[in-house]
Design a protein around this ligand. Structure first.
Ligand code: GDP
Length: 688
């Protein structure tokens, strides 16, 4: 692929609910532009954008892919972002480098949950947006219903196309601006007569667009009010600035699989832009400070680039995808990573297309490229000219709301597992691996069940590590609520070197957070001084291992009251064992209670689901602390609930709200488990 100047580049992300047709649309555009010579299909698993086996198997996109193509002298870097809520981190990454977004909506299914989420994300990213109403050829397609529902996203939607027929009769489109009709055969449009029944609607829409364009421009509004016609050039220019100022959102129609309206969409991407040069400057900071530092989108400025994604390729290894924000990235060069502080050698630079990479001589400001085998560069890092320091804001972290406990299927695979986990985490920063020191489980955290399933499949396929899923252990803690006594007796004197130690211990509760206290009340040398710390050591070991159910013991004071020793057979080891035995007995005497982690929850749901959410939280032993109405007809519910009840809350909430609810949870504190539940947990732990 040849090199394009910044003015001729368009970085466009496709957004939309899963199944709206984004991958098919990307495939259609690649085919129409002559980039590929056949049209792949999602069902056949041979599209450019969905190439990971997990994507082919599930027929959903799970990671962001890049599909550049040439259109009328421009290079469009199309980004296909997954529509599934679990992979929102990929969409966030794409939005960091996109200069415009196309919301793909199915004319059959209309606006869906993820459309709203993604529209909001794109709005927050501050980029111009278009809407492509897809699948007009399908049964039950209803363009006007979609158009009506777009109002729930806000104002400014301008239908520049109307469908020519619908469902089986869908033939093409009517261009509202020129009031001409186009019928399509194999992606090629021929001008045809506009059916009389569409004429008045097209004329109406035309007037609306002209009015909104005029309203945006002081000179045009004067002309318009004086009754003069705006020229086609003026309307198009006005539309362009309305789009760039994010007041106007053109709506197009078509069918991705039948290649209808795709040429118009590509035309509009080119005409409406904006190019990265038009977007202007990128703002970062001077490394190590908050002082702003800017770079113009120009090949003449010092190099700076933002790494927005990392993939691991079976042939070339780790590949970093970046957008050059200023300057030019060339092969055979050295750049500095201002996020990690290392110099990185750039051997080759590539243009990525799906799973393929094409070697190029440079990537210029505004364009997207890839480089392989960087030593210490991760998603979210800034690469730049060492003489001109700058760092850009790293990627926003995503909320990880669910964890799976995993273990290697075969013994001895532990090392391999940790290496493989760190690799998949590198590819997908929305994953987090945690080794829980209390439950001794390896946890994989993510944004949802599907996210984790895909990660585990990838672990096996790409890295050859098979894992089994374990039941998630809750990090309970053991404690006491009353005093107790116990005797530790470790006496073995038959044959050989004997062992002799006896100690009498008392335990009493400390306030929460009190940890462990040890007091020595030995009188008259019943246990010699050198063995007094041995008893404490034995107690502490048992505290770490648990006295009843294998969970660490906390908030206990232990007093050594009395004991006995033998001048020859007593030893440090013997008193440790006696300490441990005595402590267990004293805990049993006091009665072991369990503490459980309590989580702070913040649940965001549509008003209509508030009742269900509160009822469900109550059934999960939750305590509602308050509700608050927030923008967009939603309620923020603050609550506390035991961790044991909400480990799968991500799944429950999704099914209760049809995917419209989100939540965050953070650890708050420990609280005593109700006695009847504690008994069950202890009994289960013992039987395991
Ligand atoms: P994505 O999840 O948004 O990427 O959607 P896909 O591209 O995977 O499409 C989902 C399904 O809809 C696939 O089976 C496509 O073949 C089908 N599809 C996509 N666009 C169209 C279209 O315009 N017309 C029809 N009839 N089917 C389509």
């Amino acid at each position: 692929m040849k090199s394009f100047s910044g003015e001729k580049i368009r970085n466009v992300v496709l957004l939309g609910h899963q199944g709206a047709g984004k991958t098919t649309l990307a495939e259609g555009l690649l085919f129409l532009s002559g980039t590929t010579n056949r049209m792949g299909s999602v069902l056949d698993g041979n599209t450019v954008c969905d190439f990971e086996p997990e994507e082919i198997k599930k027929t959903i996109s799970v990671s962001l892919s890049i599909a550049p193509f040439e259109w009328k002298g421009h290079k469009i870097n199309l980004m296909d972002a997954p529509g599934y809520a679990d992979f929102i981190g990929e969409t966030q990454a794409a939005l960091r480098v996109a200069d415009a977004a196309v919301l793909v909506v199915s004319a059959v299914d209309g606006l869906q949950v993820q459309h709203e989420v993604m529209w909001r994300m794109a709005r927050n990213a501050g980029i111009p947006r278009l809407v492509f109403v897809n699948k007009l050829d399908r049964e039950r397609a209803d363009f006007h219903a979609v158009l009506g529902s777009l109002k729930t996203l806000g104002k400014g939607f301008a239908p520049v196309d109307l469908p020519l027929g619908e469902e089986h009769d869908f033939k093409g489109i009517v261009d509202v601006l020129t009031e001409k009709a186009y019928s399509y055969v194999d992606g090629k449009a021929t001008e045809s007569d506009m059916p009389p029944d569409l004429a008045s609607e097209a004329a109406n829409l035309h007037t609306q667009i002209v009015e909104s364009v005029a309203e945006n421009d002081d000179d045009l509004i004067v002309k318009y009010l004086e009754g003069e016609e705006l020229t086609a050039g003026e309307v198009s220019e006005g539309l362009h600035s309305g789009v760039c100022e994010r007041n106007v959102f053109p709506v197009l129609v078509g069918s991705a699989s039948k290649l209808v309206g795709l040429d118009r969409l590509a035309d509009l991407m080119v005409e409406m832009g904006p190019s990265p040069v038009e977007v202007g400057t990128s703002v970062g900071t001077k490394p190590g400070s908050e002082e702003p530092e800017e770079r113009p989108t120009s090949p003449d400025a010092p190099l700076s680039a933002f790494v927005f994604k990392t993939v691991s390729d079976p042939y070339v290894g780790r590949v970093s995808l970046f957008k050059v924000l200023s300057g030019v990235m060339t092969p055979d060069s050295t750049v500095h990573n201002f996020s990690t502080g290392v110099d990185e050698r750039i051997a080759h630079v590539f243009v990525p297309r799906g799973k393929d990479h094409e070697s190029v001589s440079q990537i210029t400001a505004g364009d997207i490229g890839a480089v392989a085998k960087l030593s210490d560069t991760h998603s979210g890092d800034t690469l730049a000219d060492k003489a001109h320091p700058i760092v850009y804001e790293p990627l926003e972290p995503v909320d990880r709301v669910i964890a799976k406990a995993i273990a290697p299927r075969t013994k001895g695979d532990e090392d391999k597992l940790m290496t493989a986990l760190s690799k998949i985490q590198e590819e997908d920063p929305a994953l987090l691996v945690e080794r829980n020191p209390e439950t001794h489980q390896t946890l994989l955290w993510g944004t949802g069940d599907t996210h984790l399933d895909v990660a585990l499949e990838r672990l096996s396929r790409k890295h050859g590590v098979e894992v089994e899923e374990l039941e998630l252990r809750i990090p309970y803690r053991e404690t006491i609520t009353s005093k107790g006594k116990g005797t530790g007796r470790h006496v073995k004197q038959s044959g050989g070197h004997g062992q002799y130690a006896i100690c009498h211990l008392e335990v009493e509760p400390l306030p929460q957070g009190g940890g462990f206290e040890y007091e020595d009340k030995i009188f008259g040398g019943a246990i010699p001084n050198q063995f007094i710390p041995s008893v404490a050591k034995g107690v502490e070991k048992t505290m770490a291992e648990g006295a009843a159910a294998g969970y660490p013991v906390v908030d206990v004071k232990v007093t050594l009251m009395d004991g006995k020793y033998h001048p020859v057979d007593s030893s440090d080891m013997a008193f440790q064992v006696a300490g441990s035995l005595g402590f267990r007995e004293a805990m049993k005497d006091a009665g072991v209670a369990l503490l459980e982690p309590i989580m702070d929850l913040e649940v965001l749901v549509p008003d209509s689901h508030l009742g269900d959410i509160m009822g469900d939280l109550n059934s999960k032993r939750g305590r509602i602390q308050g509700t608050e109405a927030v923008a967009g007809g939603r309620q923020l519910v603050k609550a506390q609930a035991p961790m044991a009840e909400v480990t799968r809350y991500a799944i429950d909430l999704r099914s209760m709200t049809g995917g419209q609810g989100t939540f965050r949870s953070t650890f708050s504190h420990y609280e005593q488990v109700p006695a009847h539940l504690a008994e069950k947990i202890i009994a289960e732990a013992k039987s395991n």
